[in-house]
Write a protein that binds this ligand. Sequence first.
Ligand code: ADP
Ligand code: ADP
Ligand code: ZN
Length: 230
Amino acid sequence: MRPRYILIFGPPGAGKGTQGRRLAAELGLAYIASGDIFRQHVEAGTELGRIAKEYMDRGLYVPDEVTVKMVLERLGRPDAERGAVLDGFPRTLPQAEALEKALAERGAEVDLVFYIKISEAEAQRRVQGRWVCRNCQAAYNLETNPPRVPGRCDVCGGELYQRTDETPETLRRRFEVFFEQTVPVLEYYRARGLLVEINGKQPIDAVFRELKAAADRVFGRIAGSGSGGV
Ligand code: ADP
Ligand code: ADP
Ligand code: ZN
């Protein structure tokens, strides 16, 4: 079977990470989030982390060259052989082009694209309460999705911390950048008939049910069409 690729778009706080991890686990695909990889580099104090942090803390995108190289390397690892759920990549048209090219080289393409929509006011509420695991990057929310043990990750027991790019000013800028640079990418996938829009202002389980149903429709169709190969 050829590898499968699902993209998840949405403004900050839409629930991309929460849903993307769960969908990837459900479908047996790798979960790859560019923001998580950048934060891992920041935590580890690497040169890439130092460069990325300068942009992240200002709410700006990290340059395409740096981002594309990092994500394509990750996509080539063995655990992504069956495909991946990509969260937060591509965010610009050049990133989308680089992704298409890399997937075409392995006889694959983007199969399905989600756009999880929420308002800026809802995002503001959510990111204020967001705590992230230092170790595995899973996100929690003090109000809507609290960890079982305060301050500790349910998945790995890691310490939870608050991101340094969640001030109201940075969030405003991240929303602007999303509409300026990433909505054109979404429109490109919409024109290709791949886009499924989801109302992100529903409980976590309700959003997940919609994503899963759409994935079942698309992959059921691929499996049924006989075009998937072996
Ligand atoms: P959120 O989950 O709030 O949408 P992410 O964790 O995905 O944010 O990304 C955090 C930051 O990492 C972004 O504001 C940006 O600086 C950087 N980043 C993540 N993905 C990309 C990308 N594809 N291109 C450029 N910068 C990115
Ligand atoms: P993104 O990756 O799009 O920035 P996250 O998945 O990190 O978003 O979610 C943002 C915050 O909102 C987190 O604190 C998360 O626990 C919480 N959250 C995610 N989905 C929902 C939802 N459907 N309802 C309420 N809170 C949510
Ligand atoms: Zn963890």
